[in-house]
Design a protein around this ligand. Sequence first.
Ligand code: SOE
Length: 368
Amino acid sequence: MTTDVTAPTRTLRAGFVGGGFMAAVHSRAARAAQAELRGGASSTADRARDAVRRLGLGSSYDSVEALLADPEIDVVHVCTPNTTHAAIARAALEAGKHVICEKPLATSTADAAALAALADERGLVAAVPFVYRFHPMAREARARIARGEAGRLLSVQGAYLQDWLSAPFDDDWRVDTALGGPSRAFADIGSHLVDLLEFVSGERIRRLNASSRTVYEARARHDDIATEDLVAAVVEFESGAVGTLLVSQVAPGRKNALTIELSGTEASVRFEQERPETLWIGRTDASSVIERDQARLADDAARLSIVPAGHPMGYQDAFNAFVADAYAAIGGDRPEGLPRFDDGLRAVRVTEAVLASAASGNWTEVAA
Ligand code: SOE
């Protein structure tokens, strides 16, 4: 009745760095993929103990170095603040570990490129959780576009809206350049939007013109905030298709509203992350809403569709599928659509172009 996502071929032993929301999501996914949760580290030994207890991670390590020195760990999940990703991911690869590193992979293209090159050189699996690719209906959208159902791509409309920083007193480490890096809203969620748009369309953004706003320069625990609350951008794809992107963490009422709509000469396709069980297919004569139904999905979408129609799948399922595929890659498989460090680098390149364009007011090329 159901098809499993790729199963790992042997029990992997996973270590976790960080103990926040993302570490909880990663550890649930690792457990679902039947990994042994070997242990956790954090910025201090106390924090590591707390995270290990809360999340059930196994042993606690006094430092990241101690975790990386454990030969019993095969794969390291990096779930720490953005500016620490590159150094931890590098050290993990140098220690011979496979790595799953949160986005943004790094806060500069130089660091992200060096990491992608290092992972290749060492022959290690290095993945970035662009997990929205793992919703079956996002894969279905991609398959339909790839087989030409939408025709030639003309325009794209993408948005990723959240509201958890809408009030002036809302605060988080991400607003702080020292921990979050030079970009906030775009690096945090614009990166997902761009990854999903390029993945589903099969096309790359060639250049863009962006405008950004920092609505609140002071919040509960931070003054002089320089990172952006929102970005609006016009984009051009390599094929000549055009589009608009809106990314905001100050959009009241919007929790995790990632939406993409791609219009071609024959049809439009719309996917909404908060309604991941459906896909809207727009046609001039008769538009329709397709419900997830494994029997009728393209191969890869069917593979990710682990429960039958009418049994809704969601965010954690997508995350679980991503981790299962990353582990399968460690086992020697080549799962379709696994986002690797090259894809992390791509998102960092687009983010840098957004920052440069917003600062200069000019159209900016995205490095290939
Ligand atoms: C917060 O904006 C956040 O948790 C992001 O960091 C995640 O990548 C996104 O999937 C949900 O929102």
